[in-house]
Unconditional design. Structure first.
Length: 362
């Protein structure tokens, strides 16, 4: 993705309740791949059994490829969940069929528009699927014949999920996402586009000298971002650990990236001199400061920290051991994962001790 000298004018930021609900459903469909979202997965075990069955039945729509039609009105900050769903339902049947077909085939080999428009490609895909997965082949045939019943089933499951659980979750997530895009805007205003792009996610590689942004995908494109083809960055909590890219016509150019909500801290007794020294030694390394910054936003596993910081799990484990010995971090088990958290009480003790230091008289 190539940016002009005036790139700041060709970037937009958005949040989307519909996309966020869809990404959270994706996390429920494959919880083992979403360590950060284990607490949400556990809470959703309490959803009514009938709703969970309904979501499993239609989970293929969000299991891997996320249809671009879920991005309808994603740039409209006045559109709520219901408005966005109505916009999806109003799309032409051919666009809906092409996107739903993508959820059922190997996207590196088949394009949904070809499946809709080219009978030879469609017959080849159906024949291949009948060999490996007859049920999926039947579903693909139904989508290409008439996508509306399958679409309506998926959207009804999504509406029920929103009403039963995600509407309340969105109330907490939405403000943090707006905070994230406001922060990105401030960074662009003060430092320019490329320092902001570097902060998004490890999967994005930036070359300021070439004015390019690169994501490794089997779906190859070389795109110039211009006033006639701007790019929108959509902030999301539940898209983690993915970066989703929409770059095919007729959809607008979009990158949906992880922007993780922040959590607050509290107040307490000052640390002793020994505790203060131990804590300062534990923080006196760039990787451990980076770990502390990551844990300030959210409890995280060793695997997650390794991904975020681009270090091996063994290196992360050694740093975490030093931080835990100094009382800076605590651990808890959540399902298969050991999650590390900063200890806010200890941090506040250290802050109180530092601010209380007196300079000796000359």
């Amino acid at each position: 993705m190539r940016f002009t000298e005036t790139a700041a004018e060709d970037l937009a930021f958005s949040v989307s309740p519909l996309l966020e609900a869809v990404h959270s459903w994706h996390a429920l469909a494959d919880p083992g791949h979403h360590a950060l979202h284990v607490p949400w997965v556990r809470r959703c075990r309490l959803l009514p059994a009938a709703l969970r069955r309904q979501m499993r039945e239609h989970g293929f729509v969000v299991a891997d490829y996320i249809p671009a039609f879920f991005e309808c009105r994603a740039d409209d900050h006045d559109a709520d969940f219901g408005d966005q769903l109505s916009a999806v339902r109003a799309l032409p049947a051919g666009q809906l069929a092409a996107e739903l077909a993508q959820t059922l085939v190997d996207t590196t080999r088949y394009d949904g528009r070809d499946l809709v428009e080219d009978t030879i490609t469609r017959d080849a895909a159906l024949a291949e699927l009948r060999q490996s997965d007859p049920g999926r082949a039947a579903r693909l045939g139904a989508v290409l014949t008439d996508p509306l019943p399958i679409l309506e089933g998926a959207l009804t499951a999504l509406e029920n999920y929103w009403s039963a659980a995600f509407a309340e979750e969105w109330q907490g997530v939405e403000p943090t996402l707006y905070e994230a895009i406001a922060g990105a805007g401030r960074r662009i205003a003060h430092q320019g586009v490329f320092p902001m792009l570097r902060t998004l996610v490890p999967q994005i590689r930036v070359d300021p000298a070439q004015r390019t942004l690169r994501l490794d995908r089997p779906h190859d494109h070389d795109i110039s971002v211009t006033p006639t083809r701007p790019v929108t960055f959509t902030a999301s909590h539940y898209v983690w650990p993915h970066v989703r890219v929409t770059c095919d016509a007729p959809w607008p150019l979009r990158i949906t990236y992880p922007a993780l909500p922040l959590t607050p801290a509290s107040v307490p007794r000052p640390a002793s001199q020994e505790e203060l020294l131990a804590a300062l030694r534990a923080l006196a390394a760039a990787p451990r400061l980076q770990i502390a910054a990551c844990l300030a936003a959210q409890s995280r596993s060793t695997q997650e920290l390794a991904t975020l910081l681009g270090l091996s799990q063994s290196v992360i484990s050694r740093h975490l051991q030093q931080m835990t010995q100094a009382g800076l971090t605590t651990t808890r088990r959540d399902g298969y994962y050991v999650l590390y958290s900063l200890d806010p009480t200890r941090l506040n003790q250290i802050a109180t001790a530092i601010t209380g230091l007196n300079t000796p008289d000359d």
